[in-house]
Design a protein around this ligand. Structure first.
Ligand SMILES: Cc1cc2nc3c(=O)[nH]c(=O)nc-3n(C[C@H](O)[C@H](O)[C@H](O)COP(=O)(O)O)c2cc1C
Length: 192
């Protein structure tokens, strides 16, 4: 099993169209032996959308991970002092969370988890999904790419004609991206 014994923080933010694929990848990580610690932003816990009902998503995520969701800033904060995560994944990561992370803002459970985890100098892996990746958030993605201990799941344009600024991670590359980040390496090519 590729991820046996690893403690992985699995943080979700409000890119609801990506949840189905993200949940599939969570299942694969659990099957590979990872211990998953689910974390959700406030928006991701509370928004019902055409992509699904938030309580159904939460139930499914808790079932796969076998533990309760870290759903508040106070329950995310101990990730820092206890230092128990080997790696933290933000998947999907919205433009909103990218912008805040790049600017040191910590006002959601996911951002608190990231700040707490980063103080321990362990890898943070970002799987983006945002319509403004090549627009308002281009600078923030660039900033994070140049940050110590921050890695990206490879990503590319998903609909260049209809949504020219949109980019999305190739989530099927998640497990190799985790393995690479744990070795201190950005998986390449990162833009595909
Ligand atoms: C149905 C729906 C789909 C959304 N999809 C995305 C998305 O794919 N990417 C994105 O960056 N924001 C998306 N958003 C907007 C975010 O949910 C919104 O910016 C929110 O404030 C994100 O908060 P968070 O980053 O704390 O989860 C979507 C919103 C809704 C209602």
């Amino acid at each position: 099993m590729k991820l046996a014994g690893l403690k992985i923080g699995m943080a979700l933010t409000g890119s609801f169209c990506t949840y189905k694929a993200a949940i599939e990848e969570m299942k694969k990580m659990a099957e590979e032996g990872a211990e998953l610690y689910p974390i959700m932003s406030f928006q991701s816990q509370n928004i019902n959308s055409r992509f699904g009902n938030c309580s159904e998503f939460k139930n499914k995520i808790e079932e796969i991970c076998g533990r309760s969701i870290i759903d508040s800033i106070e329950t995310a904060e101990p990730i820092g002092p206890s230092g128990f995560l080997d790696i933290l994944i933000i998947m999907p990561c919205t433009g909103n969370t990218i912008a805040k992370l790049a600017n040191g803002i910590t006002d959601s459970p996911v951002l608190m988890a990231a700040k707490a985890h980063m103080r321990n100098e362990k890898p943070l892996l970002i799987s983006i999904s945002t319509n403004d990746a090549l627009g308002m958030n281009f600078k923030n993605i660039g900033l994070l790419m140049n940050c110590k201990n921050v890695y990206f799941v490879p990503f590319g344009q998903d609909a260049p004609e209809k949504k020219p600024n949109s980019m999305i991670a190739h989530v099927e590359q998640l497990i190799p991206s985790v393995e690479s980040a744990l070795k201190g390496k950005q998986i390449q090519p990162v833009i595909r």
